[in-house]
Write a new protein. Structure first.
Length: 234
């Protein structure tokens, strides 16, 4: 059994409520890795959420010298806004909907079902393309670090954590460069600890605001990252 860090949320005081604190995702991964260094001997795996969590997670894994893999999960986006989601689908088929939100915005059952089907197809395609039928890692006894590039509502991360637990993850630490304070308060009830250097609050939170350089990560970049780390382990 690993030594547990005290249950709680860990941030960096100098980054609280600040914007543009990371140069890019690589810099953000480096900051996270330094925060996590004390626990590296008890970490068995770093899992990144594609796409944006992969370049962050690769830096964490390489710095801590632990294996890296991906856990595919995707938000179910609104028909009129692909940046906003009302649910999520995880790699094992777990589907969860934000029912208060779907009721408030008036989505029909047909629209919801279409969203689930499209997102499930996206997850399955990414699983085949990124994991290439590799068996999912065994996640018992030691810590799994679960990494993304940031959390807004945190709903997708909650669904991903549920799927990880179904896959056998006994000890989970969430590591994200930036997050909304309210989201972290929900996440910490489901995991051992959360490491997040840049915690912000307020109505106008956006993950991208934590970065000086921000752009979407395409699948070719994710594949390059995976080939880089998996090539080193073969």
């Amino acid at each position: 059994m690993p030594q547990k860090p005290p249950h709680g949320i860990y941030d960096l005081k100098q980054y609280r409520e600040q914007t543009r604190v990371f140069r890019d995702r690589v810099h953000a991964g480096d900051v996270l890795a330094r925060m996590l260094n004390s626990y590296k001997q008890d970490v068995q795996m770093v899992l990144g959420i594609p796409a944006g969590g992969v370049p962050v997670g690769v830096v964490v894994a390489e710095t801590l010298n632990v294996p890296f893999d991906v856990a595919v999960v995707s938000k179910i986006t609104l028909p009129w806004n692909t940046e906003a989601g009302y649910g999520a689908v995880a790699f094992d088929g777990t589907v969860r909907l934000n029912k208060p939100l779907t009721a408030r915005i008036g989505l029909s059952e047909a629209e919801i079902q279409t969203g689930i089907e499209k997102t499930t197809a996206k997850v399955n395609r990414r699983m085949a393309k990124l994991r290439k039928n590799r068996p999912f890692p065994v996640l018992t006894e030691h810590y799994t670090l679960f990494v993304d590039d940031g959390l807004a509502s945190g709903f997708t991360m909650l669904v991903a954590i549920e799927a990880l637990k179904k896959a056998g993850a006994d000890h989970i630490i969430v590591a994200v460069p930036t997050a909304h304070k309210e989201s972290l308060n929900a996440i910490i009830t489901k995991v051992d600890a959360v490491f997040c250097p840049n915690i912000r609050s307020g109505l106008r939170y956006a993950v991208a605001d934590a970065y000086e350089r921000w752009s979407d990560v395409d699948e070719s970049e994710v594949l390059n990252n995976l080939e880089q780390v998996w090539g080193k382990s073969t």
